[in-house]
Design a protein around this ligand. Structure first.
Ligand code: UT7
Length: 336
């Protein structure tokens, strides 16, 4: 029998309306459009405004749109995984809230936490349920309201992050399309360089932790940058080698959008020419910034019209944990 693979059969994104530009940020902290553009490639990012709106609001919008677009009855969804670093609440899972909102009442659902690599971890986990034949329709949604954990007095982090969500539908494929291979890794020793100091069980919230601004992203940028370039490049090369892929036979690199310079370094290690081949590299960082779990599905959503059935696509990410990985898939449908 032909192997069952998990194929992405639909994609949808959601970004909030409010556009936070580099110009506006430069009125809030000591920074400039020039610094942000040269060091990161970010021009603007979206921010979710509105009392009581959390990550599930954006996730539900993306999933709702996905179900409509793919003519999927929410009651046919078997499993919904939400990858997020900014859950609405410590519990219950944001996936539970999203599934309830969209009417996926028969689905089993849970959250996945792997910081910026969360969407890849969730996608690869979901793929196992399809490959074993256990489930037929799975939604994976990556969503983050990063603005809820960003210190807008810290110029080293506040210029980078934005809010957004993207969702994909996974279904079985027996024609050779879908997820072919993956290399996923993590190293918990990296936690010291990128984390949120308080709010978890180790340091529960107190008036003091709030006063000390410990509920925001803490990042040692240079250190994370170095590890991101090294490790993301390494897993991408590994997955290429294992599958006899070359720069010529790859149609798309869909990299996590943390910093344009990290993406360029990864593309270069793959042998992609930054001139002519830059069209093979999905980029949305200039308009959304780093939406953490949202970046990879938002890339797919933005590039969907250009994707063709059979396109060799590599998804790659690096994030807090440290976590990182690369997935190789053959795109399963013509995007137009
Ligand atoms: O997505 C999850 C994983 N995260 C990442 O992959 C992020 C990886 N790190 C990065 O992308 C980069 O390290 C940053 C964009 C965060 C920072 O860029 P950098 O080139 O590494 O800058 P830096 O931290 O080394 O800072 C260089 C200078 C410093 O000034 P001095 O000490 O040289 O005088 C900073 O204070 O730039 C200064 N600086 C800024 N200046 C203007 C830092 N942030 C800003 C800013 N505007 N926003």
């Amino acid at each position: 029998m032909t192997k069952i693979r998990a194929a992405i059969t639909g994609v949808q994104g959601y970004v909030p309306d409010y556009v936070l530009t580099n110009e506006e940020l430069s009125t809030m902290v000591d920074t400039t459009d020039e610094w942000i553009m040269t060091r990161t490639g970010i021009k603007e990012r979206r921010i979710l405004k509105g009392e009581g709106l959390g990550t599930s609001f954006m996730g539900a919008k993306a999933v709702q749109g996905l179900l409509e677009k793919t003519n999927t009855d929410p009651m046919d969804i078997d499993l919904l995984i939400c990858s997020t670093t900014t859950p609405d609440m410590v519990f219950p899972a944001t996936a539970n809230l999203i599934a309830n909102e969209v009417g996926a009442k028969k689905a089993f659902n849970y959250d996945m936490q792997a910081a910026c690599s969360g969407f890849l971890y969730a996608l690869y986990t979901a793929a196992q349920f399809i490959e074993t034949g256990a489930y037929k329709k799975i939604v994976v949604v990556g969503a983050d309201k990063m603005s809820s954990i960003i210190d807008y007095t810290d110029r080293t982090t506040c210029v980078i992050f934005g809010d957004g969500a993207g969702a994909v539908l996974l279904e079985p494929d027996q024609e050779g399309f879908g997820i072919q291979d993956a290399v996923m890794q993590s190293d918990g020793a990296g936690w010291v360089h990128l984390h949120q100091k308080a709010g978890g069980s180790r340091r529960p919230p107190t008036a003091e932790t709030v006063q000390n601004r410990e509920h925001f992203v803490y990042q040692e940028g240079k250190h994370v940058f170095k590890h991101a370039v090294e490790n993301m490049g390494a897993v991408v090369l590994d997955v290429m080698k294992r599958n006899d892929l070359t720069a010529d036979t790859i149609h798309w690199l869909n990299p996590h959008q943390a910093n344009r310079r990290i993406v360029d370094a990864t593309a270069k290690r793959m042998g992609l020419d930054t001139g002519v081949d830059s069209e093979k590299v999905m980029m949305t960082i200039h308009k959304y910034g780093n939406t953490t779990n949202g970046t990879i599905p938002l890339n797919l959503w933005n590039y969907e019209p250009q994707l063709k059935k059979g396109d060799n696509t590599i998804l790659a990410a690096f994030g807090g944990g440290f976590t990182w990985g690369a997935i190789y898939l053959k795109w399963a449908y013509d995007g137009k």
